[in-house]
Write a protein that binds this ligand. Sequence first.
Ligand code: NAP
Ligand code: GDD
Length: 337
Amino acid sequence: MSKSAFITGVTGQDGSYLAELLLSKGYTVHGLLRRSSSFNTERIDHIYQGPEEAQRSFILHYGDLSDGVALVNLLRDVRPDEIYNLGAQSHVRVSFSTPLYTSDVTGLSTVRLLEAVRASGIDTRLYQASSSEMFGTSPPPQNEKTPFHPRSPYGCAKAFGYWTTVNYREAYGLFAVNGILFNHESPRRGETFVTRKISRAVARIKAGLQDCLYLGNLNAVRDWGYAPEYVEAMWRMLQCNEPDDYVVATGEAATVKQFLELAFSHVDLDWTEFVRYDPSYERPSEVNALIGDASKAQEKLSWKPSVRVQELARIMVDADVALLAAGLSGQNVRVSA
Ligand code: NAP
Ligand code: GDD
């Protein structure tokens, strides 16, 4: 019998790579799809299987993380061996504009899902998508023992989800783990996160379609890894004998300015000629530096990243140049957030 998995956030960057990974391992993958007035399945269209296909291994279910009863009903029907809770309002700047919504969907939904596991009475393992944002002002390098000091409604909501996951493990003996993932990017990264905003702008500026790029704080330090490698770590956490929490990171740091330099110079452009400052992209309270120490994941999961920031910038710029050439990149020049 092949294993089955249930992924919330399957239409997101990580959900799409994780679905591919699990399908390649022979899993039957169930994904939670929220209703949208426009198509939101672009990242998974290439693996979509219609209801007419016999013996489908990839199945989407309408639902929403804010609807706890729907989660109970779904889990009771699907009875997955593994659950990956990746669904979230995941944008830090936007969380300052929608603090209650973010607390609900990104924070409280973790309890809804864990209670749905209990209410449906299934025997399963759960992965919670925790975040390096929880560390906030705690100085780098950050590891599993570093105290949390979140700096945004998003970070606070993730800290709540983290402790809830730990509590359900301790109180009810659930196999529930936290992956504390540092920033990870790819050509599927949402267009309003800084790396993708940059790679997309580089492609458009090079093609003569855009004059400049508006950004906020260029001095922030981040530990940027490659998303397809990070979903492998998620899966490995659920294959362990005992549930535990792990930091996943490259251990290498770059500023936004350095990412700009890497991305623009890859197509022989000088970023200083094109980048303008817009204070609206600053956060009311910023996280200055995130650099992860993933030695526990290396030791216990035998997980090691291979793509570093220079190659990441190249992969993302090349992908956006190719998208543009294929006529597939959107026209909105000034993306907010
Ligand atoms: P993402 O691209 O923003 O994807 C978020 C997913 O959540 C999307 O599928 C989205 O659906 C879904 N979602 C949002 N609200 C929902 C709701 N109310 N009900 C059901 N689904 C909902 O995020 P990502 O980069 O893949 O990250 C995956 C997870 O890891 C998130 O929890 C994020 O906070 C966390 N994380 C990410 C990073 C990173 O660097 N990428 C680092 C640490 C932690 P739509 O497609 O319909 O919007
Ligand atoms: N988005 C954005 N847009 N960020 C900008 C901009 C801009 O125009 N200009 C500068 N930045 C800076 C931000 O202030 C931040 O310091 C840094 O670029 C990275 O911003 P994001 O790419 O939005 O990512 P993030 O670090 O805030 O959050 C991401 O990583 C977290 C893990 O540390 C998200 O993926 C979160 O969901 C994730 O948990």
